[in-house]
Design a protein around this ligand. Sequence first.
Ligand code: ADP
Ligand code: MG
Length: 339
Amino acid sequence: MGRIQQLSNSVVNKIAAGEVIERPASVVKELIENSIDSGALRVEVDIGAGGSEYIRVTDDGGGIHADDILLAVTTHATSKIRTADDLFQISTLGFRGEALASIAEVSQLKIRSRIPDSDVGSELVVNLGERGDVVPCGCAAGTCIEIRQLFANTPVRRKFLKSDATEFGHISEQFTRIALARSHVHMVLRHNDKIVYELPATDRLIDRLEMFYGTAISEQLISIDHQLGEMRLWGYVGHPAVNKATRKWQHLFLNGRWFQDRSIQHALSEAYRGLIMVQRHPICFLFLELNPADVDVNVHPTKVEVRFQDPQSIYRLMLSSLRNRFLGMDLDSKLKVPA
Ligand code: ADP
Ligand code: MG
């Protein structure tokens, strides 16, 4: 072994990309989250060949100031937090300031963006980490980011990509998770120029659930809304008759962000104990709202796992809200049970 050397930015970004950008769906997630954080009310996602040809996300959000475009693709540069204290009060989906820098290191990334106050937009292309010049361009207010040649310089990652259909399946899943949590945003997903989802904005979660899953499912949902101190749990759980072989239909959101938590999954199973067969899983679309100071979302690079300050109280909230709701219901006849 030789002497110690500081790694170059390019190597650091590639390492970060390895953690955050696993496959095309990870890029899609990061780009849509940025659009949502920018206040967009319309987000269009265009995918070519499962993302291996192109990924394009267009929004009508606040845009990026021309002087900030280079910073947008610079690692640890973000407009979302300023101080360490902000880490405990996070209200945006992003905050690490490394997604675009990571993506730009392993693809060709093109940004076109215009803030509403400006007449001209600006454009920047970064080719496998090599930045071009920022040039003025005409574009709609908002931001359009296009990714091509994903993993062109990381052949191992590229080799591990599955078929277009499988990669698109993962993309669709990421799209769904965000679309469920942001029903007030008009969202469109296209694959190879064909519309897969076109979801008009609505202020009712149930409308969006119906768009995704149809009335066969939406008519079998039981509403939940329970407040305990500063914590609130709301959304829908499925009638016990609607149960699945996997947990794929269990969607949990913490302060508007999709997440996974074994303890909460366990509470969910407990709530349905005796109502559905073992090895089967209920469906749910549940939103947990907590004081951001009571949870650490900065424990996982892609933020799918979080750490609660008081996990037991979350467990109890989950179990008691569902149990109490079921107690007041005649689960045999209340809902139409599908054949
Ligand atoms: P983060 O989201 O953690 O801040 P990113 O690398 O994803 O880091 O983005 C860097 C910065 O670029 C953001 O903080 C934001 O200011 C800007 N940005 C990225 N995408 C958009 C977008 N679609 N609209 C407006 N600003 C954006
Ligand atoms: Mg981001």
